[in-house]
Design a protein around this ligand. Structure first.
Ligand SMILES: C[C@H](O)[C@H](O)[C@H]1CNC2=NC(N)=NC(=O)C2=N1
Length: 120
């Protein structure tokens, strides 16, 4: 049960990342935990949210990284990416607020949709 003030997954998918600056936009741990419930593949990882996606080989993982990069550019919200053979780890935090913001969840939801699609 999410409180009325929390966005749904559809809200996250439908809302573009917006410029956020300053600690007022930092999410508290309870909100982070509630929002993570919307993104089952994602976890809290040293102050960021992260997910690891697996692929058939390096070239496929690299292609996925490039698709995530295009999404990040479109959203103006950028992850740290760790690319390996058959593996891509995507991590989001918002450096402009010095922690996690709603933009991280907006972007993560879009990445999850992008990479869940067949042939990602
Ligand atoms: C100037 C530029 O719009 C800002 O630096 C944007 C770019 N992408 C960003 N990405 C992330 N992850 N956090 C930010 O605070 C951020 N800010």
């Amino acid at each position: 049960m999410t409180s009325p003030s929390l966005p749904t997954l559809d809200d996250l998918l439908a809302t573009p990342c917006a410029p956020l600056r300053g600690p007022a936009h930092r999410l508290d741990p309870a909100t982070v935990a509630s929002l993570l419930q919307l993104l089952p593949s994602w976890r809290l990882d040293q102050g960021a949210i992260a997910a690891t996606y697996r692929f058939a080989d390096f070239a496929t993982a690299l292609a996925a990284a490039n698709r995530v990069g295009a999404l990040a550019e479109a959203e103006n919200h950028h992850p740290d990416l760790t690319l390996g053979w058959g593996r891509l780890t995507v991590r989001f935090a918002t450096h402009d607020v010095g922690g996690l913001s709603i933009n991280d969840f907006r972007a993560a939801a879009k990445v999850a949709r992008l990479l869940a699609a067949p042939g990602a």
